[in-house]
Design a protein around this ligand. Structure first.
Ligand SMILES: Cc1cc2nc3c(=O)[nH]c(=O)nc-3n(C[C@H](O)[C@H](O)[C@H](O)COP(=O)(O)OP(=O)(O)OC[C@H]3O[C@@H](n4cnc5c(N)ncnc54)[C@H](O)[C@@H]3O)c2cc1C
Length: 392
């Protein structure tokens, strides 16, 4: 296959990069060792950040999150649920942190309002909640959103090579399980595996170092909260509960690992998470989680897993551009900035248009419906059919 740009990784970052480039008329191929969103993006927490989580320690990420929260809500309303979010402070929590947090919200330009009677809105909240504040957190369905992004990229000429692991790189040629792709430039959007791709491409001294950090999430069979519930304290474990369709998802932990492919979850991690989360919603401790899942954050090497920036960084490595860090919430912006650099290197002019491009609700096109229009099979079926179309 001959293309101008080969994007390695069909996660949030790679897909928005591919869409951005294909809308600029660039011939792109997207390669992934699994299917669409088979890495971190398909196993995230479901929160479309307002940025409030970061206003006390990572102002740049906070600003990016609120801007992208608004943009994605306009271009992909079908995949975003405007639940709102509550930050709650419990008896014994540090009051000084509340002032610090409010100042940060104002500085980042994030709307907020104090809620006098949070128990009326969220009856399952711990009665020890002493202070609650509303912020514009939302919930995102990643498969619905990125099914649409992939579909639109493909409509604009992007080719997809899924279930095809990259085994080697020679200059800007990619050797995969299913064949070789000749490109002028490569984009390494392999998330927590970006170091491994960098190792295939670059000399030892230039390899990009990441701090792969696993996060555990627990899915509960009841929806205990209508809004995203966050603990009003410095970012910590078990401090966010996301309402996701009829369920509540508690997360997360942050544990640095050597290899993103070698991760084990211990029963004590599950119990620890329940303990932390039930401080906000005591009913969590009475329920057995339906299941747990985890994914790996592609964080840049920093001081600790909690303080490492959620900002992203782009590395120009000659015939490969590597993008790492960030959040799913900021993936459109990450794709835009990556595509800007790639376009410059290819000598193509013209700005990004993804911020104003409507993302189609593609998964609904591929779902199987009965005669009255109800879906017979769920998202997995629609996704598999979409993947067949993308690779045809
Ligand atoms: C526990 C947890 C919870 C999170 N929750 C949220 C949240 O609620 N909101 C939010 O905004 N962000 C959240 N994030 C962050 C967000 O999910 C990630 O920043 C984002 O999904 C990363 O996307 P990506 O495309 O860079 O990486 P990925 O989604 O991991 O994509 C990389 C792709 O590269 C592919 N790949 C790797 N190696 C190869 C190879 N050799 N050949 C071919 N393909 C390869 C992988 O299969 C994968 O599909 C969370 C992260 C974690 C870990």
């Amino acid at each position: 296959m001959d293309v101008e740009v080969a994007v390695i990784g069909a996660g949030a970052t790679g897909l928005f990069t591919a869409l951005d480039l294909s809308l600029r008329g660039v011939r792109v191929a997207v390669i992934d060792r699994g299917g669409l969103l088979s890495g971190t993006s398909g196993s995230m927490h479901g929160l479309l950040h307002s940025g409030a989580r970061y206003v006390t320690n990572d102002m740049e990420s906070a600003r990016q999150c609120i801007a992208e929260n608004q943009t994605l809500s306009i271009i992909a309303p079908h995949s975003i649920f405007d639940t709102g979010g509550l930050f709650v402070s419990l008896k014994g929590d540090d009051d000084a942190f509340i002032d610090f947090f409010l100042k940060g919200l104002a500085e980042a330009g994030i709307n907020y309002r104090e809620i006098e009677d949070p128990f009326r809105l969220e009856p399952n909240l711990n009665r020890d909640v002493e202070y609650a504040i509303w912020v514009p957190d939302k919930v995102v369905d990643p498969f619905r959103l990125f099914g649409g992004v992939a579909y639109l990229a493909n409509k604009n000429g992007a080719k997809f090579l899924l279930h095809s692991e990259v085994k080697g790189i020679s200059g800007s040629r990619v050797i995969t399980e299913k064949g070789t792709i000749n490109a002028k430039l490569l984009v390494n959007a392999a998330g927590p595996w970006a170091s491994k791709i960098s190792q295939m491409h670059s000399s030892e001294s230039q390899v990009i170092e990441l701090m792969p950090t696993i996060g555990l999430m627990l899915v509960f069979g009841e929806k205990l909260n209508e809004m995203v519930i966050n603990r009003l304290r410095p970012p910590s474990d078990g401090d966010i509960v996301v309402p996701f369709y009829g369920r509540s998802i508690l997360g997360t932990t942050a544990q640095v690992v050597e290899d993103p492919d070698k991760v084990e979850v211990e029963e004590e991690d599950i119990q620890y998470l329940i303990e932390e989360g039930s401080a906000m919603l005591p009913r969590l401790a009475q329920l057995r989680p339906l299941r747990h899942y985890y994914s790996v954050r592609p964080l840049l090497k920093g001081t600790s897993a909690r303080t490492a920036t959620r900002d992203f960084e782009i590395f120009d490595e000659g015939d490969m551009v590597t993008i790492v860090g960030g959040k799913l919430t900021t993936s459109r912006l990450m794709g835009e900035k990556t595509a800007d650099l790639v376009s410059e290197k290819l000598g193509i002019s013209g700005p990004s248009s993804t911020a104003k491009t409507e993302i189609p609700d593609a998964l609904s096109l591929y779902s199987l419906k009965n005669t009255i229009g109800d879906e017979v099979y769920g998202q997995g079926y629609a996704l598999a059919r979409l993947e067949e179309v993308l690779q045809a």
